[in-house]
Design a protein around this ligand. Structure first.
Ligand code: HEM
Ligand code: SF4
Ligand code: SF4
Length: 686
């Protein structure tokens, strides 16, 4: 099932990848830097957030006013910063979602890579509340809705003894301390955890790509700034809790699940969120991956040069003091809990050379899945099948699916685990022994190496910039690296083979990028279109489609009060004798049980019962008040409202009632409260 999902997903994803390859080039394809782009957008959020915080006032009245000031009075800087803050947060969610989808589709979350995946899931639980608290702080109509709905969600959890949502029903109970708390959570608490979370997330990766290439940073910043100027982020009206906003522009990136609360109970929303997260955590093991053999060190051939440790993309090799008495200081040790069996370490080991004649080909480090000795045999065997004057030997990594489709009588394919597994000396071997006239190395589609650095390290080794370097005697014009080819041939193995073959006699075309004169006419249209589409999607989903909190023509009623039920039995007067037995500081005339009975509440409108519940007392000892909180809607117009409550939970009679004819205009908000001083219900319409 998941395999089918991955296959279908890749089928849909690959065309996008190819289009972006054409515009941006394989080295700059934004889809290869999704994690890094998310981090970059968080940087923009941080810088713009600092500016906003300088002017932000953490009070009920000040919050809205200060944001309005920034948006309108200081639009040229504060307004742009506000928009950048919002749009970069939204953009981060897009890149984050694509990041998750891509890692899943290309199987980069399985085996020993589970750690990054599993530590990624809590990051979602930090990023989303970060955005939610941001909307809360603006304290416009949307902020009110966000506060109310978040509080309703939190109230479902057994954390608070009092209902938090009640604080957002009328202006007289709302206090400034909520804004101070929000400011702390939004500006310090969550960001600190996020930084720690990201550090943990990439902890097991060697050389994680934290920053995207500069040109992508610049392009993204320009796109977000233009969006901010063309379509500035605005507040959605001052809060008036006596009316329900007709519709709200929701930021769907952060508030996607909130509309569910219109029809679902908070319990179901929590179930959906926790269920999805748990399922997500299990994905790396669905189904369990077949065990691959991890890299093995042969100490007799290891000279402790540490190249394999530098090159291993998963930090699976550590250099430890020599254990075999040889004259070298260190030896390579593989951590099988981290090794992804990619073979890149063999490619980096200077002892992996096929030219050995007298000793067996056993490098310092090798992959049991495809040993260097077996690879040499495969090369010799493949060479025998090659004929003609333009023989090409193609090395493809296992993830390069197109390799199987190559139909070329003068080319043979040798499959390796990863392009980075092939030591440069093997290319030297093929060409200097005249086993082929040219060598093609085809890595993963789009140059986005399955094992992170296979393509990059190979390019550098062939360009003689990284050890082990390709020997100088090898003619580079006889080598083509698939991921470096011009966009017109990249990804198409047959085209790469043909291009190399055509260049062989004259050896004029270098392997690095398109030859002079062949310009990429797709570059500007594709990049411009990508940034434009990205900006439009960011801007659109940050407020559209609009959401209706209540349907047209209806009014909202909130039942919100807490009341203590009666004690489970009556208080008893202590006798003088009993009092004398007690220590003087504990002598109370009455002996009252702590535990209380539940309360029963019924609410009806025009004779129809809309709410009926028995509410248990709060507290571990059931000695607190019973809390009632319920949001309902009724048809606007004249309503005959009734509320009744009894303090013993079971009785059909009511101890307190209120019955009233109320004129409720559509969109109005009425709060039903219990006045503890008057000991009566109140229908409160501000
Ligand atoms: C704040 C959110 C996140 C940020 C900033 C982030 C960032 C990154 C970065 C920078 C990398 C390293 C990329 C590289 O160098 O190749 C990475 C790798 C990865 N991330 Fe995330 N990530 C986030 C959330 C997630 C989530 C939610 C998941 C999945 C549930 C996830 C799954 C992975 C996986 C599987 C890898 C690959 C590890 C590997 O190649 O072995 N990430 N992430
Ligand atoms: S096979 Fe790959 S992951 Fe394993 S040690 Fe070698 S380079 Fe590292
Ligand atoms: S690259 Fe080879 S020789 Fe160098 S430390 Fe690793 S295994 Fe030993």
């Amino acid at each position: 099932m998941l395999k089918l999902l991955q296959k279908t997903g890749r089928w849909l994803f690959d065309p996008f990848r190819r289009v972006l390859d054409r515009g941006f080039g394989q080295q700059l394809n934004p889809l290869n830097f999704l994690g890094a782009l998310s981090i970059y957008f968080f940087w923009i959020v941080t810088v713009s957030g600092i500016w906003l915080f300088i002017f932000f006032k953490t009070s009920v009245v000040g919050a809205y006013e200060s944001v309005e000031y920034l948006t309108h009075e200081q639009w040229y800087l504060g307004g742009v910063m506000r928009s950048l803050h919002r749009y970069a947060s939204d953009a981060a969610i897009i890149t984050l979602v694509l990041h998750i989808i891509k890692e899943f589709l290309y199987d980069r979350h399985r085996g020993n890579r589970w750690f990054s995946w599993v530590t990624g899931v809590p990051l979602l639980w930090l990023v989303i509340p970060l955005g939610i608290t941001g909307y809360w702080m603006v304290w416009d109509q949307l902020g009110w809705y966000v506060a109310l709905t978040s509080a309703e969600l939190l109230d479902w959890l057994p954390i608070f003894s009092e209902s938090m949502a009640r604080n957002f029903l009328s202006a007289d109970v709302l206090s400034d301390r909520f804004f101070t708390l929000m400011a702390f959570v939004h500006l310090i608490g969550l960001p600190l955890f996020l930084v720690f979370g990201i550090w943990l997330h990439v902890l097991r990766i060697n050389g994680p790509r934290i920053n995207p290439p500069r040109v992508l940073m610049a392009g993204s910043l320009v796109a977000m700034t233009v969006l901010s100027l063309v379509y500035p982020a605005l507040s959605q009206g001052e809060v008036d809790m006596s009316v329900v906003p007709p519709s709200l522009g929701l930021d769907w990136y952060y508030l996607l699940v909130y509309p569910l609360m219109k029809h679902w109970s908070p319990g179901w929303v929590w179930a959906l969120l926790t269920g999805t997260s748990l399922l997500l955590c299990m994905v790396p093991w669905l189904p369990p991956m077949k065990g691959k053999s991890t890299a093995e060190v042969d100490l007799e051939n290891c000279n402790g040069c540490a190249r394999c440790a530098d090159d291993c993309p998963f930090g699976a090799i550590i250099m430890e003091p020599r254990s075999d008495g040889m004259a070298y200081e260190t030896e390579a040790v593989v951590d099988s809990g981290l090794c992804m069996s990619c073979g890149i370490c063999t490619g980096s080991c200077p002892t992996a050379t096929p030219f050995r004649r007298h000793t067996a080909l056993s490098p310092g480090i090798d992959s049991p899945d495809l040993t260097a000795a077996l690879l040499r045999e495969k090369i010799l065997e493949a060479a025998e099948r090659l004929q003609g004057n333009h023989r090409i030997m193609v090395f493809t990594c296992r993830d390069n699916v197109r390799s199987t489709r190559l139909k070329d009588t003068q080319a043979v394919v040798v499959e390796i685990i990863c392009a980075g597994q092939l030591p440069p000396s093997f290319i030297d071997f093929v060409l200097s022994r005249n086993l082929a006239d040219g060598v093609v190395l085809a890595g993963c589609p789009g140059g986005d190496c399955q094992y992170r650095f296979g393509a990059e390290w190979t390019s550098e080794r062939i360009a003689r910039q990284r050890d082990p370097q390709l020997r100088k005697r090898v003619d580079n014009s006889r080598i083509a690296l698939g991921w470096q080819e011009p966009w017109s041939v990249c990804g198409d193995l047959a085209a790469i083979v043909t291009a190399l073959r055509e260049s062989l006699p004259t050896a004029t075309e270098a392997v690095h990028g398109p030859p002079p004169g062949r310009t990429n006419r797709w570059k500007i249209p594709v990049t411009a279109f990508t940034y434009l589409t990205f900006a439009v999607i960011v801007g659109y989903l940050s407020v559209w489609p609009r959401f209706q909190l209540i349907d047209d023509g209806r009014a909202m009623i909130s039942l919100s009060f807490s009341h203590a039920g009666q004690r489970i039995r009556e208080c008893r007067k202590l006798t003088q004798e009993e009092l004398n037995k007690l220590p003087p500081n504990m002598r109370k005339p009455d002996d009252c049980p702590r535990e209380r009975l539940p309360i029963r509440v019924v609410f009806s409108a025009n004779g129809e019962t809309l709410y009926e519940a028995i509410k248990q007392p709060a507290g571990l000892w059931k000695d607190g008040s019973s809390n009632v909180y319920k949001r309902l809607t009724v048809q606007g117009g004249s309503q005959h409202l009734f509320i009744g409550m009894n303090e013993t939970g079971e009785s059909p009679d009511f101890d307190f009632t209120l019955e009233q004819e109320v004129e409720l205009a559509p969109g109005k908000h009425l709060v039903v409260e219990f006045d503890d001083i008057q000991q009566s219900f109140v229908f409160k319409q501000e």
